[in-house]
Design a protein around this ligand. Structure first.
Ligand code: NI
Length: 169
């Protein structure tokens, strides 16, 4: 098991629009395994490659409840191809902003296209926590954090606290 160090905001890596992955080789497969290990250890329900310093369009998520079997998704080049007009408001957090939480509204359902760890294209329809989580992670690979959905006042307050937390890390 390998856990990778998690990049904390503010950091230019977390503001980067990540590159499309054109080939899924051993390096990418290992990265996704390590990202899952890192996410479970944190613990968290999602992690995007830029959070471990890699600016590639790769995310992992597992929104299974504690009494349910693990349900990991490893997604390369994930893309929202359809989302609902109705929104769901959920309290979000982020492993790159530890200890900070805020309500964010997003489309309640989302159709997601991605390439899985075996190189196969998949399309899934998601709702609930899984839809929220995948949209949060896709934001990451576009250089967007959940605090970017908040007012600048709230965002700056959290980021200021993060600057201090990073110094004390
Ligand atoms: Ni996050």
């Amino acid at each position: 098991m390998t856990t990778l160090p998690i990049v904390w905001a503010p950091d230019p890596i977390l503001k980067t629009k990540c590159a499309h992955v054109t080939f899924i080789g051993e390096e990418e497969k290992q990265l996704m395994k390590d990202m899952l290990d890192t996410m479970y250890a944190a613990p968290g329900v999602g992690l995007a490659a830029p959070q471990v310093g890699i600016t590639k369009r790769i995310i992992v998520v597992d929104c299974a409840r504690t009494n349910e079997p693990a349900a990991p998704y490893q997604m390369v080049n994930p893309e929202l191809i359809k989302s609902s007009m109705d929104e769901l408001t959920n309290e979000e957090g982020c492993l790159s902003l530890p200890g900070h939480y805020a309500d964010v509204s997003r489309p309640a359902t989302a159709r997601v296209k991605y390439i899985d760890e075996n190189g196969c294209q998949q399309i899934i329809d998601t709702d609930g926590l899984l839809a929220v989580c995948i949209q949060h992670e896709i934001d990451h690979i576009n250089g967007i954090l959940f605090v970017d959905h908040l007012s600048s006042l709230k965002r700056n307050m959290i980021l200021k606290k993060m600057v201090k937390a990073k110094k004390e890390r």
